[in-house]
Design a protein around this ligand. Structure first.
Ligand SMILES: NC(=O)c1ccc[n+]([C@@H]2O[C@H](COP(=O)([O-])OP(=O)(O)OC[C@H]3O[C@@H](n4cnc5c(N)ncnc54)[C@H](OP(=O)(O)O)[C@@H]3O)[C@@H](O)[C@H]2O)c1
Length: 261
């Protein structure tokens, strides 16, 4: 049987880098995002350079029917998806009180609802075949509220908690799920979309390759979560010894996304 790795958010940034890495390892791909033209160009490039089958599914995951349409596309084309990478997501920087309602709704749909819906839609066939892995791209922001990124950090906490619980439900099924939790990544597209001035970030900014390597570990390992760098691991570990208030203040300082009131 021919298997496919489905990557959401594959048109730019981390998802695009993941598509190139999976294709280089010989995986057939289904690429999902709204920007059909960018996906077609990437698909053509990867077919030529890696000789793999790459399908394009242009869908808006901010729409309620988006995940079902992606699943319907794969079913109609007879594509067996054995790796699902939920990478599509975005942030909006600024104070929560001033956040436009439409942005909150879209963030909820893309960062949370679509992740849960796609996972639920693709898991049964993976379990039926006793083969498959789901990788959810969360964030270091999942471990505490981040001032200036309040709603975003809450959506990523949702992804992390959802993943943890499903991890245990899947024990013995032959299928795994893992959350990858990157810190700041060198990707202007993400910060531009968020309205987040990256010059104000105080923490270290890692390369896209760091996330790609972390996703590789997520796919081949047995972990419930992968923290890409040693510093990421130290930061999360240190939370065991600190009260919540300084943890949240430090996170806000690193992010530099909080507006002065
Ligand atoms: N960059 C960072 O510092 C960082 C750190 C930790 C975690 N993350 C997480 O990593 C993931 C990827 O981020 P990135 O840095 O690669 O950002 P990015 O370059 O802005 O990519 C976001 C991707 O999500 C897709 N997307 C956004 N809204 C969508 C929608 N409504 N429907 C379908 N696709 C949609 C975009 O495609 P279209 O616009 O073409 O639809 C794009 O492919 C996100 O979940 C993000 O939260 C990023």
């Amino acid at each position: 049987m021919k298997y496919y790795t489905l990557i959401t958010g594959a048109s730019t940034g981390i998802g695009k880098a993941l598509a190139a890495d999976f294709a280089a390892s010989g995986d057939n791909l289904v690429l999902v995002a709204r920007s059909g033209q960018k996906l077609e160009e990437l698909a053509g490039e990867l077919r030529r350079s890696c000789g793999v089958d790459v399908r394009v599914c242009s869908q808006d995951l901010g729409q309620q029917e988006g995940p079902a349409s992606v699943f319907g596309f794969c079913s109609a084309e007879g594509l067996a998806v054995d790796r699902l990478v939920n990478c599509a997501g975005f942030s909006v920087a600024g104070s929560f009180a001033g956040m436009p309602e439409e942005e909150l709704l879209q963030m909820a749909m893309v960062n949370m609802v679509a992740v849960a819906a796609l996972t639920r839609l693709f898991l049964p066939s993976m379990i039926g075949r006793r083969r498959g892995v789901v990788v959810n791209i969360a964030s270091l922001a999942a471990f505490q509220g981040v001032p200036g990124m309040a709603y975003y950090s809450a959506t990523k906490a949702f992804v992390l908690r959802l993943t943890e619980a499903i991890f245990e439900e899947l024990r013995g099924s032959g299928v795994r799920i893992c959350a990858v939790c990157p810190g700041f990544i060198d990707n202007d597209q993400f910060y531009n979309r968020a309205g987040h001035d990256r010059r104000r970030i105080h923490g270290p900014i890692s390369s896209l390759e760091v996330v790609v390597a972390a996703v590789r570990r997520a796919v081949s390992g047995r972990s419930i979560q992968v923290l890409p760098t040693l510093l990421d691991r130290m930061m999360v570990f240190s939370q065991r010894f600190l009260p919540r208030t300084p943890i949240i203040k430090i996170a806000g300082f690193f992010a530099g996304a909080k507006e002065k009131i």
